[in-house]
Design a protein around this ligand. Structure first.
Ligand code: GDP
Ligand code: MN
Length: 392
């Protein structure tokens, strides 16, 4: 789960990580009042779940409270499109008003889970403020990595190594070492999957401050942090993803395809991708119904797939275990009837009650082709795509 910059900043503040003085506003007038309190010269920052705001016009430096009011008014209520959002952008419902700093140097600092070594890894670079992906691509030697120990944490000497690699001024070395140690505690205490400070700045008076903060929380650990779970902002999410989250389904949107795929399990999703490609088409999405689906969830899953405007045909590929095929079939039929869906469907179901499931689908009067296996599903899909007007 992503949270906003101003929420991430509150967490950093609690752990003693230096951040610019800032407050969040929902109206232009509030923005003006905050700017007056801070002292006039401020930066107005759109609060959205996406990076790249600076280049997209979502970060504005101003000199007076009146200008802050004007910039806030111009941002609030609009949708910001950055290179990390889709073309539709994300709504700006809040702006953060922060004191400006005199920046001497922009650095990069982040912590992520490295799945290969099974531990958090701190990544640091002197090339802050820009796209770290670009640095990783063109100058990977400029990214310094240190793994923490899952049991011991990050030792002070490791933190100091990182601070040295960042090349901070000698008088800021101790504070930077502490900042890195504190940030590591933010990461582990809150079950984060990402903490990213880009840029971490060195000010003209040699202070080291987290100027931007991005925190992603691990969904599977949110139950341990009810306070953090409350920070969810569904308005920043794609509406279909949001519905899937609410129904505890896992939905992945893919660009450019036209086959909606309902599967159970990630492995089957991969196989389904292959079938779709074999049939000469691309998936528009994947909806994983998981293992313990009841009829209501299947119905919602089916409706989510259908509400994806790119979907022209639906491929259901299930291995029925705990999710019984007859229940799934009933869910599909109920949802299709309720929504008056006319979309063609190819269904391959094996496992528990597969025959009963096939019978329910067959007798439904819907436009469904039942396939006995993966190869059959690929054949049937190809056929239906030809009927629809060729492969894409
Ligand atoms: P992002 O583009 O979404 O990552 O937003 P950031 O918060 O990282 O801001 C983008 C850029 O704006 C930073 O890299 C800075 O160069 C600049 N910026 C942000 N706040 C300040 C500030 O207080 N003073 C100055 N001089 N520049 C700032
Ligand atoms: Mn940034």
């Amino acid at each position: 789960m992503n949270i906003h910059e101003y929420q991430a900043k509150e967490i950093l503040d609690k752990y003693g990580v230096p951040t610019p003085r800032a407050e969040v506003a929902s109206t232009a007038t509030e923005a003006k009042d905050i700017a007056s309190r801070i002292g006039g010269r401020v930066v107005v920052k759109a609060q959205v779940h996406a990076g790249g705001r600076g280049k997209a016009g979502g970060v504005k430096l101003v000199d007076t409270p009146e200008q802050a009011q004007k910039e806030a008014g111009a941002l609030l209520g609009t949708r910001l499109v950055t290179k990390q959002t889709g073309v539709a952008g994300v709504p700006v419902e809040k702006v953060m008003i922060a004191e400006t700093l005199d920046i001497k140097d922009e650095l990069y600092l982040s912590i992520v889970i490295d799945g290969d070594i099974g531990a958090p890894v701190v990544m640091a670079s002197t090339e802050g403020g820009m796209d770290i992906e670009e640095v990783a691509e063109n100058a990977p030697e400029k990214i310094f990595r240190v793994a923490g120990d899952p049991l011991i944490g990050l030792t002070t000497y490791h933190a100091r190594d990182i601070a040295l690699a960042l090349g901070v001024p000698a008088e800021a070395l101790r504070a930077t070492t502490k900042l890195i140690t504190d940030l590591y505690r933010v990461f582990t205490d809150n079950d984060c999957s990402l903490v990213e400070i880009n840029p971490l700045v060195v000010t003209e008076d040699n202070r080291v401050v987290a100027l931007d903060a991005k925190i992603t929380l691990e969904d599977d650990a949110l139950f341990r942090h009810p306070d953090l779970a409350r920070l969810r902002d569904g308005n920043q999410q794609d509406p279909l993803e949001r519905r899937a989250d609410a129904a505890d389904l896992s939905y992945v949107k893919l660009d450019g395809g036209r086959v909606g795929c309902m599967v159970n399990g990630a492995g089957l999703a991969m196989a389904t991708m292959d079938i779709t490609k074999t049939a000469g088409a691309d998936p528009a999405n994947f909806l994983d119904i998981g293992g313990s689906a009841d009829q209501e969830r299947i119905e919602e899953a089916f409706k989510i797939i259908m509400d994806d405007e790119d979907v022209e045909i639906i491929l259901v590929n299930l291995f029925a275990g705990i999710a019984r095929a007859d229940i799934v079939a009933q869910g599909i039929v109920a949802a299709a009837k309720e929504t008056n869906a006319q979309l063609p469907m190819v269904v391959a179901m094996r496992g528990t009650n597969a025959e009963e499931g096939a019978r329910i689908l067959g007798e439904s009067g819907l436009n469904i082709t039942a396939a006995p296996d993966l190869a059959g599903a690929a054949e049937a899909l190809k056929h239906k795509l030809l009927e629809l007007g060729g492969a894409n």
